[in-house]
Design a protein around this ligand. Structure first.
Ligand SMILES: [Mn+2]
Length: 312
């Protein structure tokens, strides 16, 4: 699909319902809510809704709308920050007359041919900013702040990105149009006292062999701290081992009672480790990957492989 067709289709429909991926991060929510505000401010008399599961962590950015199936009749659905069917939150987008996907991920789209993607953008929020700005649309502050939030978080606070100059350009446009960076940072830099206590606990638990740090978390820890979300430990506690000068690779093995196995999350500062993840049936990015590990003896083998890699 051509970019101009996005605006033609928005023009054509009175009702537009915006979706994004489930378990939303701030880019999913920021691009979704930002797009809603952009449409409301640039196109007259549109009914624009945002739907999907909510995230307690990012609820500060805005609320979702509750709508009936009827609303999808003769409506346009736009899906942000995801291009694969099984990750979209609320599959009622299928009830709409037409669907458009706007994404920045590298995988291909299995939802529709109305697919806009720019993989050089670090965030879907960045892509949407460029799309509207270069086509001469107005950017209200109600759109600028959530879009800014999406860019800040998906870029790891402006560290990552294939075309950082364009990322900064989008951020500059948003700030010029009233984005409130302090509001975003005040909300994402804060944690609860309980969160900090949990982190302190895990900070005292990790072990080190050579330049490799690791945590092995049995199922009991979920009960110990009343943690419901698996990823709050599995991914959330990686950070207690990151940023340590002597540690090159850090791993978090968390027991998943549903799989009766340890979910291993692996991170490396410089040396590519994804081949070791693949050796154990996993995969991911060169410096950030994972694998499902069946037992404690196998965890030992993984750790030995990481140590060996660092000796090479
Ligand atoms: Mn994203």
């Amino acid at each position: 699909m051509q970019e101009f067709e996005l605006f033609e289709k928005i023009n054509k429909y009175n009702t537009i319902i915006i979706h994004r991926h489930s378990r939303p991060d701030l880019d999913a929510l920021g691009s979704q809510i930002g797009l809603k505000e952009l449409i409301k401010s640039n196109f007259n008399n549109k009914n624009v809704y945002v739907v999907g599961d909510i995230s307690n962590k990012y609820s500060f950015i805005g609320n979702m709308d509750t709508i009936s199936d009827e609303v999808y009749k003769n409506a346009l659905s736009i899906i942000c920050d995801v291009a694969v069917m099984n990750m979209v939150s609320d599959d009622r987008y299928k009830l709409a007359s037409e669907v458009i996907v706007i994404d920045h991920h590298k995988n291909s789209c299995d939802i529709t041919d109305n697919y806009l993607v720019d993989t050089s953008c670090v965030a879907c929020s960045e892509y949407i900013t460029h799309l509207f700005y270069k086509n001469g649309y107005n950017i209200p502050s109600a759109a600028a702040t959530p879009l800014y939030g999406g860019i800040v978080t998906d870029s790891g606070r402006f560290q990552f990105g294939e075309k950082l100059e364009n990322t900064f350009l989008a951020a500059s446009i948003l700030v010029k149009n009233g984005a409130n960076p302090k509001f975003i940072y005040d909300n994402i830099n804060v944690e609860t006292l309980n969160d900090r206590k949990i982190k302190n606990y895990f900070s005292n638990q990790f072990k080190v062999i050579g330049k490799v740090a690791y945590l092995i978390n049995e199922h009991e820890v979920f009960e110990k701290f009343n943690i419901k979300e698996f990823n709050d430990i599995s991914r959330g506690m990686l950070s207690v081992m990151a940023g340590i000068k002597e540690i090159e690779i850090w791993c978090n093995f968390t027991f998943d009672i549903n799989k009766n196995a340890y979910i291993g999350e692996f991170r490396s500062r410089n040396k590519e480790i994804v081949d070791i993840a693949k050796k154990y049936g996993g995969g991911g990015h060169p410096l950030a990957c994972g694998a499902t590990i069946d037992s404690l003896p196998t965890i030992d083998l993984v750790l030995k492989d990481f140590c060996k890699l660092l000796e090479e």
